[in-house]
Design a protein around this ligand. Structure first.
Ligand code: HEM
Length: 212
């Protein structure tokens, strides 16, 4: 029997710093971007530095966010590849939403939903970076590219903000104890076995020969 007191390392210090840098730069870029985008949301500028300041800081927050996403990609892309179980998981996703976890294939370190969030954020970050650079230096781009950037930048932003709203809900409210993983770096065996059974078994087999 594995003691419930045991702490299983989930995110090391580098991963936690990386993740919270992405969260901070994302929230700042999102608030300033929304304030610049719509007069109805201009009041958000007051929360993030004021109208004049945010016109200068927004692109830099975007640069920091995409740089951290590059770091995240280098660190996690290999782990985020979908395997056969993940594809079955995605086909039965409604079971996850309705708490019928035992009808889903077991997950590794990340479940298929988390992997999809990762890839969707990589994709939208590329869209935001490409279109953002064009909007930052509009005089250097031809008209069609400028028009494409005007359409793509808010679309990619809406996609990534929607994904992060779901992600924050999952992390803060729907999956108790996952904030502890991202704040303090560890989880307890029961949590690991319930949410990430394959990953839990790998940890158990590497750390003890006993079966629970
Ligand atoms: C803004 C507030 C945010 C909160 C409260 C938050 C919370 C969390 C938590 C609790 C975890 C751990 C989940 C686990 O142990 O399985 C996590 C993981 C992760 N976060 Fe965040 N996060 C935030 C923003 C972001 C942003 C902006 C990104 C990137 C665009 C991001 C990308 C990820 C990824 C890729 C993971 C690993 C897979 C996953 O759990 O989805 N997070 N986050």
């Amino acid at each position: 029997m594995i003691s419930p007191e045991i702490r299983i390392p989930r995110f090391d210090a580098y991963e936690r710093v990386m993740h919270w840098m992405s969260a901070l730069s994302f929230v700042y870029a999102a608030l300033t971007g929304l304030a610049i985008w719509s007069p109805k949301l201009y009041w958000l500028a007051a929360l993030s530095g004021g109208g004049f300041v945010i016109r200068g800081t927004h692109p830099w927050a975007g640069v920091i966010f995409t740089a951290v996403m590059g770091w995240m990609f280098a660190r996690w892309a290999k782990t985020m590849g979908l395997d056969a179980d993940d594809r079955v998981w995605l086909g039965k996703m409604e079971k996850y939403a309705t708490h019928k976890h035992d009808e889903l294939p077991e997950s590794g370190r990340f479940n298929a939903g988390q992997k999809m969030l990762f890839w969707s954020q990589v994709l939208t970050a590329l869209g935001l970076l490409g279109s953002g650079v064009v909007l930052w230096f509009p005089e250097s781009a031809p008209r069609t590219l400028r028009l494409a950037a005007i359409a793509l930048h808010p679309l990619a932003a809406i996609g990534s903000i929607a994904g992060i709203i779901v992600h924050v809900y999952m992390g803060v409210a729907a999956v108790p104890q996952s904030m502890r993983a991202m704040l303090r770096g560890y989880v307890v065996p029961e949590w690991a076995r319930f949410h990430h059974a394959k990953w839990y078994r790998e940890w158990r087999d590497a750390n003890t020969l006993q079966k629970p």
